[in-house]
Write a protein that binds this ligand. Structure first.
Ligand SMILES: [Zn+2]
Length: 99
């Protein structure tokens, strides 16, 4: 396991500026604590597809730095990139328009 400080350094250095609009919405929902079931209900998608989309997003972001594709790591990553890669997601949160 990495030390907490090392986790933040590695995640902070991993930029992903190619996220889609839907992926920005997933990030926003995860950061405000929505569960995959909440996201499925709000978006009209099945829980199964929401789980798959979150996993694909987490793998896309976290695989290059060698982290498990968990929602906790994805949330930490997003918070570290609130003004760059995830700026659209945090804009959605500020407008209360997550999904
Ligand atoms: Zn970034």
């Amino acid at each position: 396991m990495y030390q907490p400080r090392e986790v933040l350094r590695l995640l902070g250095g991993r930029h992903a500026r190619d996220l889609t609009d839907y992926q920005q919405r997933l990030i926003a929902a995860i950061c405000v604590g929505w569960t995959p079931q909440d996201i499925a209900a709000a978006s009209g998608r099945s829980s199964k597809s929401v789980y798959r989309h979150i996993r694909e997003l987490a793998c896309h972001v976290l695989d290059p730095v060698g982290f498990e594709p968990t929602r906790d790591f994805l949330r930490t990553w997003a918070e570290l990139h609130a003004t760059c890669c995830c700026a659209p997601a945090f804009h959605l949160i500020s407008k209360n328009r997550v999904l």
